[in-house]
Design a protein around this ligand. Sequence first.
Ligand SMILES: C[S@@+](CC[C@H](N)C(=O)[O-])C[C@H]1O[C@@H](n2cnc3c(N)ncnc32)[C@H](O)[C@@H]1O
Length: 229
Amino acid sequence: MSEKIQTLFSKIAPRYDRINTVLSLTNDRRWRRQAVALLKTDPYQRVLDLCAGTLEMSRALLQVNPRVKIDAIDFSEPMLKVGLNKIPFGQRERVRLHCKDVTTLDFPNKTFDGIMCAYGLRNINDNEAILKNLKRMLRSHGKLVILDFYAPEKIFPKLFQMSYARFMIPTIGRLVSGNKAAYNHLKDSMRAYYTPTAYRLLLSELGFCNVTVKPQMGGISYLISGEIP
Ligand SMILES: C[S@@+](CC[C@H](N)C(=O)[O-])C[C@H]1O[C@@H](n2cnc3c(N)ncnc32)[C@H](O)[C@@H]1O
């Protein structure tokens, strides 16, 4: 499964950002800006960008928190390469790239002030295991910020998934990326994932506090965050 995902993202890497802009009707950057705003204040000095892809989250965070140091992890080298070219020269030393699987992270305990992940955790089979590992790597009062598409609970996101996500995303995705499998995967993984309520519960059960769940565009995307006590 993970090999398939790695190949899939590596193939679409040069077109990934453009496709996101088209499919999200240009909303994707605003959603990421809302996410990194939760990590912009001074204590967030060392941040992990999980499933960093083309570094859209890292880039957005550097814009609001230029002193931050980021470890960006992704197992697709082509995605990371596209991303590095987008970081201004003066800020490149602030981003350390790691081409590896996020399910095998072994940073020491309490390494990070913040961990962010946009549209990545949905690709991972065992979210509970990875969340436990992320919690271990966060310092006390550290924050986890997750942006993703979840299984729909309310009527508007249900309609969205039955129409736009089911028919338009695979079609537009195939036309713009030339890769049918990639955008079928997006559609299928959204349906099979947690609901936002179940994810909130999972974070609370794992010991995260102040868990917040914020719908974006009526619940098409969700911004979920939690803190270490
Ligand atoms: C939908 S993209 C999101 C990229 C980026 N975070 C963004 O906001 O656009 C998902 C990324 O997760 C990466 N990914 C998926 N599973 C992974 C894993 N097990 N280890 C490392 N990277 C993974 C893929 O290579 C891909 O770049």
